[in-house]
Write a new protein. Structure first.
Length: 205
């Protein structure tokens, strides 16, 4: 219960933050729910909330669940770091200071701590990292296809209108490389901590 209760609590906290903006904009002319759900921040937080709720209600030990949990951790960690490095001074239309902090800071930190405190012991493998990166890449493709259609892009670094496709492509390549390094770090650190806890219990017993 010492881990299940905090998981559910943070899941409820994240759900409240996700619902805050859509509920406050019901009936507001010009507000786009399609744009809201097209933010990587929103999608990764939805996944994070699911991970926390499922982990709090029924924490499975299966490899499939741990891989899903790791994916949610990676995507929310990406959200937190990209916001801190590239978007902290940019208006990303997250109305409300608490909502912005909840989705970009608190939730990424909460799910990362959960991943490190209760490690899954997943082994580092190029295939695993490749599978985890499919979603961010698919998100980028979706954004670049949808952007010209609706004349809207969620983030300036993936907006070719002001910088051109060549400059944008260079930035996206660097971001993908960073994602690969971050995915490897998430797996490696989790595996290290899993071995550490196992060895600690062995010495104690």
């Amino acid at each position: 219960m010492w881990i299940r209760v905090p998981r559910i609590a943070f899941g409820l906290f994240g759900l409240a933050a996700l619902l805050d903006i859509p509920l406050r904009n019901i009936g507001v002319d010009g507000y786009s729910y399609a744009n809201f759900f097209s933010y990587f921040t929103i999608q990764s937080n939805i996944l994070g909330v699911l991970v926390l709720f499922i982990g709090g209600l029924r924490d499975s030990a299966t490899r499939a669940w741990q891989l899903f949990r790791g994916a949610g951790t990676l995507y929310l960690t990406i959200t937190g770091i990209i916001y801190a490095v590239l978007l902290a001074e940019v208006d990303v239309q997250m109305d409300g200071q608490w909502t912005n902090a909840a989705l970009h800071k608190v939730m990424p930190l909460a799910i990362l701590l959960d991943w490190l405190i209760i490690p899954a012991g997943i082994k580092l493998a190029p295939k695993l990292i490749g599978w985890w990166l499919l979603y961010p890449i698919a998100y980028g493709v979706y954004t670049l296809i949808r952007g010209p259609i609706v004349d809207w892009y969620p983030y300036p670094f993936i907006d070719p209108r002001s910088q051109g496709y060549l400059a944008m492509s260079g930035k996206l390549v660097l971001i993908v490389i960073f994602f690969v390094i971050l995915a490897a770090a998430v797996v490696a650190l989790n595996g290290f901590l899993a071995r550490f806890w196992r060895e600690s219990r062995t010495h104690v017993s």
